[in-house]
Design a protein around this ligand. Structure first.
Ligand code: IMP
Length: 179
């Protein structure tokens, strides 16, 4: 275990197993259709690649970058698109792939923007869900894991751009913020 972690919540083996289960569920639901996977940079990239390879339906990929207006995320949900999609999503079956849904404010903004582009369908698949922290009601169709209200890193999730490459998901030690 990495020395900055207080506890490992999910090992790499547990994560890959769960992603496969969710990919099977998505493949059943979208049978006969082609998916447009829209991943939110950068955290969702690790989840996206594993999910996409486990799908049994064809899928295109695209990426959205978002930037927070408030440094340190003091005002959650106040975001703007810093990198837009390269492809048109009109009449496509779009699945937004997120690393974590916390208050839901970021996703509410993204779903508003994307629904205005008239996709055929628009659903959300998140790797982690801090459901108890939700401030706005967001329709999360697929989730790998629900987690407690603790700050987690690894498998794409960062603290100040660090720890993304850890193969597991763990709770970050509080001493790390104090440094
Ligand atoms: P929301 O708008 O509050 O749902 O914020 C979602 C975003 O907050 C995620 O995309 C992450 O960038 C960040 N975030 C929330 N909780 C955590 C965490 O525990 N670890 C790392 N990033 C987090």
């Amino acid at each position: 275990m990495h020395e900055d972690l207080e506890k490992v919540l999910f090992t790499q083996e547990q994560i890959l197993q769960r992603i496969k289960e969710v990919a099977d569920e998505i493949s059943r639901d979208y049978e006969g259709r082609e998916l447009m996977l829209v991943a939110v940079l950068k955290g969702a990239v690790f989840f996206l690649t594993h999910l996409a390879q486990a799908l049994k339906v064809p899928a295109r990929l695209d990426f959205l970058g978002i930037a927070s207006f408030s440094p340190g995320r003091a005002l959650p949900g106040v975001v703007r698109i810093s990198k837009d999609l390269d492809q048109d999503i009109q009449n496509m079956d779009v699945l937004v792939v997120e690393d974590i849904v916390d208050t839901g404010l970021t996703l509410r903004y993204l779903l508003n923007v994307l629904s205005g582009r008239q996709p055929q369908s628009l659903c959300v698949c998140t790797f982690l869900d801090k459901a108890t922290r939700r401030l706005v009601d967001i329709p999360v169709r697929y989730r790998c894991f629900e987690i407690p209200d603790r700050f987690v890193v690894g498998f794409g999730l960062d603290y100040n751009q660090r720890y993304r490459t850890l193969p597991c998901v763990g709770i970050l030690k509080s001493q790390v913020y104090a440094r």
